[in-house]
Design a protein around this ligand. Structure first.
Ligand SMILES: [Ca+2]
Ligand SMILES: [Ca+2]
Length: 486
């Protein structure tokens, strides 16, 4: 503030009012500048990438130079959370701006009687991030894994949910779809046209996805901003095969670990390709880029050990857990001349906050349906409002039902306090993340009031949804029910 208010005749009230006018007009100008020069937005989502799998988050074996550079030139969030502990419910939070206990999808499958777990989806009436950005006048593109549709209903695909150019992969497991969807096809703008993927032609599938992103970028109209959502599938255990057999081959690791590390480094390279393309097209300087992951690292299912590279860092647990390792994820934000280089923030935020943040960036009103909180002030180094609390609820499906907790898990974060309960008949565990980020010292007995507050939040801050009953469903699992895609 350079204006001088030195006249002794001014009353304190006049000074205060003058100050307010100055402050107000400055913030209005900022807002106007922001809206009249709306940035492009690129959202990059990894699949099952753990909190500790990027160099900028402490990884020292797997190489991720491109994303580390992005973090160095942008902001790193230390306390950012995925929508949930597995793919579909986490993405549902991202697309609807509703937190884990309010969005309609709480697990990769829901229980609908007859001892059956069926796939669930965002129905055609659900308002999504894609529709919000399209309505804001952005050119919208989506490429990769959607996992939010009913395969038989195009209205539920990315193309039906606001993405004008939508290339998505499709499978029918758990939907009893009438159609076959052969693997390795990427469906373009619906279910008629597809691009085949042959791994012999690409380093990895994300290379093909990146080629498709180039198509979107080359065809776009330069007079309108664009929103591109890259939904990668690395390093998920089902992503592959990859062509590259040499990367890390000299390390002597088990092949499954070599492939895991290679998937991450190849993904990093594809992010680098995309950034260079944006730069070459002259768009990079006016683009907000967010990079994050849909849940914690995947576990030992196919023989891969999530501790081999310390994929969860110091956190406890992995994919499907509501301990920190299942839901706390990397989040890098880059925006030239807006976000301070090499900064970091411990603002506690989550996937539901992306919708309100992007609404503000795009200059449209925040949809009433979201209970997220814009983190734009954090990006711009301004005063940030905080969540009073965050809470999650997850319903694991299929064979997880035989677990004593019925596959129903809950957690809550209030300040540095973290409560976790696996099964509604279990006792709450309580940790203080400030000095116990690994959730190893359960201090629930010392803080009964806080525990009770969290229990009340579990029961009251949620929407009951068919298919995801409170407390979960314990059943006798039959091995033939085991779902192949989780
Ligand atoms: Ca995932
Ligand atoms: Ca670890």
């Amino acid at each position: 503030m350079s204006r001088k208010l030195s006249h002794t005749s001014l009353s304190p009230l006049t000074i205060l009012v003058s100050l307010l006018i100055v402050i107000n007009s400055e913030s209005c100008t900022n807002k106007k500048t922001l809206i009249s020069n709306r940035p492009n937005i690129v959202l990059l989502l990894a699949d099952d990438l753990g909190f500790g799998e990027l160099g900028s988050y402490g990884q020292n074996i797997i190489k991720t130079p491109e994303l580390d550079k992005l973090a160095n030139e942008g902001m790193r969030f230390t306390d950012f959370y995925a929508g949930n502990g597995v793919c579909s419910p986490s993405r549902s939070v991202l697309l609807t701006g509703k937190s884990a206990t309010h969005t309609a999808i709480r697990g990769n499958a829901g229980f609908f009687g007859d001892d059956k777990w069926y796939g669930t989806w965002l129905d055609k009436n659900t308002f999504t991030l894609g529709e919000m950005m399209k309505g804001a006048g952005y050119q919208t593109g989506f490429i990769g894994k959607w996992h939010l549709d009913n395969p038989d209903s195009l209205e539920t695909w990315a193309f039906g949910h606001g993405f004008e150019y939508a290339v998505q992969e499709q499978w029918k497991a758990r939907f009893d779809s009438k159609r076959e969807f052969p693997p390795n096809r990427l469906w373009v703008n619906g279910d008629k046209e597809y691009v085949p993927y042959n791994y012999k032609n690409y380093d990895c599938k994300d290379a093909l996805r990146t080629d498709l992103a180039f198509k979107f970028l080359e065809k776009k109209n330069r007079d309108k901003p664009f929103f591109l959502f890259m939904s990668y599938r690395a390093p998920h255990s089902f992503e592959g095969p990859i062509r590259d057999t040499l990367l890390y081959a000299d390390q002597g690791w088990p092949e499954i670990e070599r492939v895991h590390a290679a998937k991450i480094t190849l993904l990093d390279q594809q992010v680098g390709r995309l950034l260079r393309k944006l730069n070459d097209m002259g768009d990079l300087d006016n683009t907000l880029i967010l990079f994050t992951s849909d849940n914690g690292p995947h576990g030992a299912k196919a023989g891969h050990d999530y501790e081999f590279f310390n994929s969860n860092g110091d956190l406890k647990g992995y994919k499907r857990d509501l301990y920190e390792g299942g839901v706390r994820v990397p989040m890098i934000a880059f925006w030239k001349n807006k976000i301070k280089d090499g900064s970091s923030s411990n603002h506690v935020s989550a996937f539901q906050d992306i919708m309100p943040t992007l609404a503000e960036v795009a200059g449209v009103s925040i949809p009433a349906q979201t209970n997220g909180l814009s983190f734009l002030p954090t990006l711009l180094n301004q005063d940030q409002k905080n969540h009073e609390f965050l809470n999650w609820e997850i319903q694991l499906s299929g064979w997880f039902q035989t677990l004593p907790d019925g596959g129903f898990r809950q957690s809550c974060r209030i300040g540095d306090w973290k409560g976790v309960r696996y099964g509604i008949n279990s006792k709450m565990e309580l940790y203080n993340l400030d000095d116990d980020i690994s959730e190893s010292n359960n201090i629930a007995l010392k803080y009964p009031k806080l525990v009770n507050r969290m229990l009340t939040i579990f029961e009251t801050n949620r929407t009951e949804i068919p298919g995801f009953p409170y407390g979960g469903v314990v059943q006798n699992y039959k091995s033939q029910d085991k779902f192949l895609l989780e």
